[in-house]
Design a protein around this ligand. Structure first.
Ligand SMILES: C[S@@+](CC[C@H](N)C(=O)[O-])C[C@H]1O[C@@H](n2cnc3c(N)ncnc32)[C@H](O)[C@@H]1O
Length: 244
């Protein structure tokens, strides 16, 4: 019948849109992906608001057993909830494509994503270059640093997404990510912005030299890191507020 792919925002149960909530309330099955971010509330709080049970979907279920979700959506209303926005991970675009191939109606409901939430740093969204991810196992990985160099040459900011396994409460930390970049060749005096829990009521955002950022405590996950490039004076003004 229908597969709703619904972004539920980055913070808690109250970030879902009115449209999203209506779709959830009309659904027979509700899946929640648990691998691209971490909400600042429990899954039980979502169930209480929705008045429905949710099925937790780890990366393996969505990547390898998507048929389980799609089979149900052939004759039932199914909602697939994404922390953040509906389509800011390739796995979810793949799910949408596969549903369409099987002639299942797809309904996309958007929300805020980490890609837009970084606006709180004052850095202009349209001055970011390619986004890149730093994995846990990064000893022999060159690609993220290469992306940084290319973005810097083009005077564009770089957003680093940091690897995470929320199910095991395992997150690559901001100091780990900065240390990785320093080992690759980034200067210790490079100014960086470390961000934790963006979209929540109490995000931690610190703008400091790389050598200082590695000593900071960012509190609970999730985390990302930005290396800004050339700054407009308004970007500088906002970043000043995050110097600690
Ligand atoms: C594939 S991205 C997409 C996350 C989410 N689905 C979205 O729409 O924003 C995953 C990465 O975003 C970052 N991230 C997710 N939520 C975050 C948050 N609230 N604060 C800071 N970084 C976050 C982490 O670095 C994580 O590795």
């Amino acid at each position: 019948m229908t597969l709703n792919i619904i972004g539920i925002g980055l913070n808690d149960e109250k970030d879902i849109t009115v449209k999203g909530l209506e779709a959830v309330k009309n659904s027979d099955f509700i899946y929640l992906e648990t691998y691209t971010s971490k909400l600042q509330c429990s899954f039980e709080k979502l169930e209480k608001l929705y008045g429905k049970k949710i099925i937790l979907a780890d990366r393996e279920l969505v990547e390898k057993k998507a048929e389980e979700i799609l089979d149900k959506a052939k004759d039932k209303q199914v909602s697939f909830l994404v922390i953040g926005d509906a389509l800011s991970a390739t796995t979810h675009t793949d799910l949408m494509l596969r549903a369409k191939e099987q002639k299942i109606k797809v309904n996309i409901i958007h929300n805020a994503s980490i890609i837009t939430a970084v606006g709180i740093t004052g850095l202009e969204i349209y001055k970011f270059g390619k986004i890149t991810s730093i994995p846990f196992e990064n000893e022999n990985i060159k690609a993220p640093y290469e992306v940084l160099k290319k973005n810097q040459n083009a005077e564009l900011h770089t957003l680093f997404l940091l690897d995470l396994h929320p199910d095991n409460n395992n997150f690559l930390t901001i100091p780990d990510a900065v240390n990785y970049l320093i080992k690759q060749g980034m200067k210790e005096y490079q100014m960086c912005v470390g961000c934790a829990r963006l979209g929540s009521n109490n995000p931690t955002i610190i703008y400091a030299k790389a050598s200082e950022l590695i000593k900071k405590d960012f509190g609970k996950a999730p985390y990302c890191l930005i290396v800004p490039s050339k700054l407009h004076f308004m970007e500088e003004d906002v970043l000043e507020q995050y110097k600690k």
